[in-house]
Write a protein that binds this ligand. Structure first.
Ligand code: CAA
Length: 258
């Protein structure tokens, strides 16, 4: 049984909720381990096609790594915190073979924004506030924030957000490309579900291949164009490719989930 997260599955869509609202859903060790375990289990669960990540209640998505847990850490412990967190959760989410949508329902700060940025797609509620405030604590983002924020919004804007430790509104996050869409808070889960349902109609095999190809372009030492060619070619050997192309020719809807 999980203590700090919950998972609800319906119609192929799993909602993984970070559930420590009294601590604004801050990510302590246990929460990261539980989210890791749940994601690993859902990876091989054929009932799960899309994952939505969100935070419990309406104030925070995730207000960061748990500051109280690491406040007295040594250099070695700090290194281990970042490495374990990245390995267990943030890298896992980025390379997850099923689409992961972050439904950002409030504060997404530090590790919280880093978690949202690891997801493949972000939808924010209008009241959400986002930022990487780590330098105000005398530390820097450690769960991939220095890399993924620059990838999403460009280096100059990322530097501004990191150096000022400031928070931006959901609208500003939309304008700078940090989130895909902004909706009113009470419409957030519906919007995330709608996006998930659109994805569900398509070939899971092709989506896995697309995730690998897109990520390849952000992996040092890997040529994204070459990975795209390989992944494109592999599709031709699959049943889902046959189903998708036959359905087009036969003027019917493809059914990838037989
Ligand atoms: N870690 C631990 N506890 C946290 C937390 C965090 N990141 N964020 C909030 N909380 C706790 C508060 O300590 C408080 O707990 P108590 O009632 O036990 O004191 C509770 O959640 C409610 O928070 P506030 O009273 O502070 O609520 P507020 O409305 O006054 O402020 C806030 C909201 C602006 C989000 C504020 O809580 C805040 O600034 N939080 C910290 C944000 C932050 O700095 N995040 C980065 C963390 S470092 C990091 O993530 C490192 C990394 O990259 C690996």
């Amino acid at each position: 049984m999980y203590e700090n997260i919950s998972v609800n599955l319906s119609d192929g869509i799993a909602v993984l909720t970070i559930n420590r609202p009294k601590q604004l859903n801050a990510l302590n060790k246990r929460t990261i381990e539980e989210a890791h375990a749940a994601l690993r289990e859902m990876e091989s669960d054929n009932e799960v096609a899309v994952v939505i990540l969100t935070g419990a209640e309406n104030k925070a998505f995730v207000a960061g790594a748990d500051i109280k847990e690491f406040a007295d850490f040594t250099i070695a412990q700090g290194g281990a915190l970042a490495k374990n967190g990245q390995d267990l959760l943030f890298t896992l989410v980025e390379h997850y073979p099923k689409p992961v949508i972050a439904a950002v329902n409030g504060f997404a700060l530090g590790g919280g924004l880093e978690l949202a940025m690891s997801a493949h797609i972000r939808i924010a509620s209008a009241n959400a506030k986002m930022g990487l405030p780590e330098v105000s604590l005398g530390v820097i983002p450690g769960y991939g924030g220095t890399q993924r924020l620059a990838q999403l919004v460009g280096k100059g804007k990322a530097n501004e957000l990191i150096f000022t430790a400031g928070m931006i509104s959901a609208d500003e996050a939309f304008r700078c490309g940090l989130v895909n869409a902004v909706v009113e808070q009470d419409a957030l889960m519906e919007a995330a579900m709608r996006m998930a349902s659109k994805i569900l109609r398509n070939s899971p095999m092709a989506i896995r291949a697309a995730i690998r190809a897109v990520n390849a372009g952000y992996t040092s030492g890997v040529n994204g164009y070459e990975v795209e060619i390989e992944e494109f070619a592999k599709c031709f050997g699959t049943e889902e490719f046959k189903e998708g192309t036959n359905a087009f020719i036969e003027k019917r809807k493809a059914n990838f989930r037989k």
